[in-house]
Write a protein that binds this ligand. Structure first.
Ligand code: PGA
Length: 262
């Protein structure tokens, strides 16, 4: 189950591909755009809206590709109208699940405790949880980033034991840097390096150095092919969570190529 590639590009399609025609067109264009794509050390994970997860999983057969979901519920099965189960995701071919995204927290009132339970059920169902943590604009202004990150990591990973920590992906995603929040600037490579070191230290303290070493730490927020290198490569981030740029298959392929050559 361990992720063998060095870098991960995870496309979060949010609710962008909003009808069947758009899904079909995206897949057709991706097929064309990715014809000569053979990343050596980069995995691409596509997280479409859950309606089209199985379609993506059936369509995309290249070894460097995986499919994932954007959320899951914390119970295994039962009377939970509208919920998406981790077991469903896994049985339809999903390998990853994004958890604790700030849009889930904002629009669906998700708490850290709920995220922690979701991480637990995801691991039980052999999914890689992609756990998002990050500060908002006010917290940044008040210089609370460190405290916010440590607190969220502590809460969201509270049910993760040493034995499964290597299945995790942690995403540092400052809420103010997400493209939908109209960022007027992005974090510097230095700021990202600091966040990465902080997150690694947390992992080392909780799980020991050799386990911590195996956890991928990626960055999310307004990544495109023009800024990947300057932001992610220079800061040592091991990949990115890509939102709006992923709507364009050619742009996504460009990002993967840039990530893979570094
Ligand atoms: P963005 O989204 O790339 O559009 O900023 C990233 C995310 O929210 O996952």
């Amino acid at each position: 189950m361990t992720i063998k590639e060095k870098r991960l590009i995870i496309a979060n399609f949010k609710m962008y591909l909003s009808d069947k025609a758009q899904v079909d067109q995206w897949l057709r264009n991706f097929e064309k755009a990715s014809r000569d794509l053979k990343p050596e050390d980069t995995k691409l994970v596509l997280c479409p809206p859950s309606m089209s997860l199985s379609r993506f999983a059936e369509y995309l057969r290249e070894g460097y590709l995986n499919v994932g979901a954007q959320d899951c519920f914390w119970e295994e099965e039962g009377a939970f109208t509208g919920a998406l189960g981790a077991k469903m995701i896994s049985s339809y071919g999903g390998k990853f699940v994004i958890l604790g995204h700030s849009e889930r927290r904002r629009y669906f009132a998700e708490t850290d405790e709920q995220v922690a339970l979701k991480v637990k059920i995801a691991l039980k169902n052999r999914l890689h949880p992609v756990v998002c943590v990050g500060e908002n604009a006010t917290q940044k202004r008040q210089e609370e980033t460190k405290e916010v990150l440590l607190n969220k990591l502590d809460q969201c990973l509270k049910y993760v034991g040493k034995g499964s920590v290597e299945e995790l992906v942690l995403c540092y995603e400052p809420i103010w840097a997400i493209s939908a929040n109209n960022p007027d600037h992005l974090p510097s490579a230095n700021e990202l390096m600091e966040a990465k070191v902080l997150m690694k230290k947390f992992l080392v303290n909780k799980y020991g150095a050799s386990n911590a070493e195996r956890v991928k730490i990626i960055y999310g927020g307004s990544i495109d092919s023009g800024n990947y290198e300057e932001i992610c490569t220079e800061s040592g981030m091991e990949g990115a969570l890509v939102g709006s740029a992923g709507k364009m298959p050619y742009e996504l392929v460009k990002i993967i190529k840039i990530a893979d050559k570094n």
